[in-house]
Design a protein around this ligand. Structure first.
Ligand SMILES: Cc1cc2nc3c(=O)[nH]c(=O)nc-3n(C[C@H](O)[C@H](O)[C@H](O)COP(=O)(O)OP(=O)(O)OC[C@H]3O[C@@H](n4cnc5c(N)ncnc54)[C@H](O)[C@@H]3O)c2cc1C
Length: 403
């Protein structure tokens, strides 16, 4: 019998998990990543959950002490820098780069093809074909669109589905531990710490340093600062580079206009408690990420399926986009095994995973509902006040108690 061949479009978290789970189930896999250069996460921190560690173990990856930085506690500060809420919640904070390195090494370079930009998918009774911008094509038994927020695969089957802007952006960046600990103190450095000015959210936590270094004094502090920006005026302005070109959806970090960065730094001076204000001033390369979410009405189309962010994009407050991608991959492999045909297996996958994707999106919308520049109803305002309370933010952020 010839082996079953899976074409995976997108070589990031979701693509790598799909490759690992499908291979465990006997599939031959090939990954096609648009970027001509190896991916990097630009230093983004990633909160993890026990379920993610279990998913990694299921594909043969042990998460030992080298996985990330353990965090024992969460705190919220007031404007004067006093602790107003505290919660014990042990959790491991890793980094995008660390996860990518572990998953990528396990997949290996053989099946991983850089510089392959998918333009079109065609399918028949017995195969599916991926067509790339370089004029080449590859055939397989199933094709997985693991190509993220702007998925080309989704675009072909669900052209009308567009990312929905959440009404706010995240400023992100890293600080070397030596600098961070000097302004935060060792205790605050080691916690998941928040400040919650009206309509905004600032949070910081320790992650591995350059080269995934976990030694004390060599780690980094990861900052995420959510700030409202209205879609019609403010957002396009933030996405306009120094040459006057306005970028769609997001702006490559090096192109962020210096004036826009300076405005954010001035706002930090005005709004943040001293330790966080000083941390922002020291952050070397802040970058801006507008926050979107997205729900696909369908995630299986004959021999084609969507996984990870291509299927459902969740606002970051649940801190579990990678876990969702891992669970999609595990479900795909199981469902394809459970039925005689690829089409029926993917139908099963959609029935199992689409409701969970919607649950993730809804949960994150609730958590982020107070980060807005306008409320559409009194009910929305009341819900926002509830979720904005420091105790609730500590209890709900990056927690997946709803699975
Ligand atoms: C501010 C912020 C904080 C976050 N924090 C966390 C956290 O703490 N924990 C957590 O679990 N998650 C977190 N997330 C979410 C997490 O980063 C995403 O859910 C996850 O990276 C999605 O992975 P993916 O592989 O589905 O998509 P992506 O990482 O977007 O990868 C898609 C890949 O497909 C490639 N591609 C696109 N089009 C094509 C094409 N036509 N042909 C070939 N390749 C293509 C792209 O180049 C890219 O490499 C956060 C997100 C944000 C914005």
């Amino acid at each position: 019998m010839r082996s079953r061949r899976a074409l995976i479009v997108g070589g990031s978290m979701s693509g790598l998990f799909c490759a690992l789970f499908l291979r465990r189930h006997g599939w031959e896999v090939a990954l096609y990543e648009r970027s001509p250069l190896a991916l990097t996460g630009r230093g983004a921190g990633i909160m993890t959950h026990p379920e993610l560690h279990q998913a990694m173990a299921a594909v043969g990856l042990a998460t030992d002490k080298s996985f990330g930085v353990p965090i024992a506690e969460r705190v919220a500060l007031d404007r004067a820098g006093r602790v107003v809420a505290r919660r014990c919640h042990p959790q491991i904070a890793t980094s995008w780069n660390r996860l990518f390195e572990m998953l990528g090494a396990h997949v290996g370079s053989g099946p991983y093809h850089l510089g392959k930009d998918l333009v079109h998918v065609s399918q028949g009774d017995s195969e599916v074909v991926a067509h790339f911008t370089d004029g080449t094509a590859q055939a397989g038994d199933v094709l997985i669109g693991a190509d993220g927020l702007r998925s080309s695969v989704r675009g072909q089957f669900l052209a009308e589905v567009r990312p929905r802007y959440a009404g706010y952006v995240a400023w992100r960046g890293l600080l070397a531990e030596r600098d961070a600990a000097a302004v935060l103190g060792p205790e605050l450095f080691g916690q998941l710490s928040f400040f919650l000015p009206p309509g905004e959210q600032f949070l910081g936590y320790p992650v591995a340093g350059p080269g995934n270094d976990l030694r004390p004094e060599h780690r980094s502090w990861n900052i995420v600062w959510y700030r409202p920006a209205d879609e019609a005026g403010e957002l396009p302005r933030l996405l306009t580079d120094a040459r006057g070109r306005t970028h769609e959806l997001s702006i490559p970090p090096p192109l962020t206009a210096p004036g826009v960065v300076a405005e954010m730094q001035a706002a930090a001076e005005r709004l943040l408690p001293d330790p966080f204000r000083a941390a922002i001033a020291l952050m070397a390369q802040p970058f801006l990420q507008p926050i979107y979410d997205l729900e696909s009405p369908a995630i299986a189309f004959g021999r084609v399926a969507l996984a990870g962010d291509a299927a459902f994009v969740v606002r970051p407050h649940v801190g579990a986009g990678v876990l969702k991608a891992a669970h999609d991959a595990a479900a795909l492999a199981e469902c394809l095994d459970a039925d005689a045909t690829v089409e029926a297996g993917l139908g099963l996958y959609e029935a199992r995973r689409a409701p969970i994707g919607r649950q993730f999106v809804a949960r994150a919308r609730r958590l982020g509902c107070y980060l807005t520049y306008r409320f559409d109803s009194e009910e929305a305002r009341a819900s926002a006040a509830f979720h904005a309370a420091p105790e609730r933010v500590l209890a709900e952020t990056a927690v997946v108690d709803f699975l």
